[in-house]
Design a protein around this ligand. Structure first.
Ligand code: A2P
Length: 335
């Protein structure tokens, strides 16, 4: 029988994309329950030509639910995911609540789909940068073990939720009218600006929480514990696609030609690497697309040994970085 599915956080930036992914991919549904805060209860969201009424999330919400897709922040996940599991549901959680729990698989289906089988009720959907980066890293890592990684990210507003996307739109419009704008969602002016990711800084290392998540989760997804990873995460005024410059040091020389061939053949990726046209991955072309775009593949001239490659990767933060990956996990569970 088709599963009864609940979306927790259905009104959020990711929640709305979860609905679209379920619809676009024809996911089999016995019923669909939309859950959010009391603020949204009674409103409706369209799905497959009908309007579905949003209900307030409560401890009783999961009776009869087979699959619960959570995207309402880690506090809500910590509190309600165990309740959903106790009610008999399998949870795919988009928050960071369980990602480093050894009993919870952290899954990018193209990369480590085999880990799915070990779940005990909860599966974690990775941080958006880790999910997008590992789609491009895994095909290379499988052929030649990665020895060290260095990343710089250019992250979209969507990672901070629907309100941050609205703040980018509103502050840009105010800027163009020459009016002042006081940010309320993000800590710094966003229009025509960029800033170091707003996650809290870890005083010991000086790295922010986003950077530390990407390091830990990338190691876990690639099954490369202890892999040295350096990273700087930055928010840029883009609505919904994350970009990243990645330098990858291998054990041996890997030519750009070989990397290009492996990446072109890998699932979930699309090569955008046209040197003659200076055309490489861009947020404008990754937004709304399932595939992660990869290009600018070249030997890093900063490493004279020739064992380091540089590439540029862009993926839709709300799709492969969140909703699409969660639905792919749900599809893989059914299969
Ligand atoms: P609501 O719209 O009712 O506030 P985003 O990541 O875009 O900020 O979205 C967060 C999602 O989490 C929204 O769907 C939001 O619902 C939901 N949410 C936030 N707080 C709660 C809560 N206490 N109970 C249920 N859902 C919540």
């Amino acid at each position: 029988a088709s599963p009864v599915v609940a979306i927790v956080g259905a009104t959020g930036a990711v929640g709305v994309e979860l609905l679209k992914c379920l619809e676009a991919r024809g996911f089999p549904l016995g019923a669909l329950r939309l859950l959010a805060s009391a603020r949204s209860a009674g409103r409706t969201l369209p799905f497959r030509g009908r309007d579905i009424v949003i209900e307030e999330l409560t401890e009783a919400s999961f009776a009869g639910v087979d699959l619960a897709l959570f995207s309402a922040g880690s506090g809500i996940s910590k509190r309600y995911a165990p309740i959903a599991v106790a009610a008999g549901a399998v949870v795919v959680d988009n928050s960071s609540a369980f990602r480093m729990d050894p009993a919870v698989p952290l899954v990018v289906p193209e990369v480590n789909g085999a880990a799915l089988a070990q779940h005990r009720g909860i599966l974690a959907n990775p941080n958006c940068v880790a999910a997008i980066a590992t789609v491009a890293l895994a095909p290379l890592h499988r052929a030649h073990p990665i020895r060290r990684l260095s990343l710089a990210t250019y992250q979209a507003a969507s990672g901070a939720g629907a309100a941050a996307m609205e703040e980018l739109r509103a502050s840009t419009a105010a800027y163009l009218r020459g009016e002042p704008y006081a940010p309320t969602v993000l800590p710094h002016p966003y229009a025509f600006n960029l800033f170091s990711h707003n996650a809290d800084i870890d005083p010991a290392s000086g790295y922010n929480g986003e950077e530390l998540k990407v390091v830990a989760e990338t190691r876990r997804i690639l099954d490369a514990p202890g892999l040295p990873i350096g990273i700087t995460c930055v928010r840029v005024p883009v609505l919904r696609a994350h970009a990243m410059a990645i330098n990858i040091e291998f054990d041996a020389v890997v030519t750009p030609e070989e990397a290009r061939e492996r990446l072109a053949a890998a699932p979930g990726l699309r090569l955008v690497d046209d040197r003659s046209a200076n055309h490489f991955p861009m947020p404008s072309e990754a937004s709304g697309r399932d595939e992660v775009l990869v290009g600018r593949i070249r030997t890093d001239i900063g490493d004279p040994s020739g064992r380091t490659l540089a590439l540029f990767v862009v993926g839709d933060q709300l799709l492969k970085g969140a909703a699409l990956n969660a639905v792919q996990i749900a599809e893989a569970l059914r299969a």
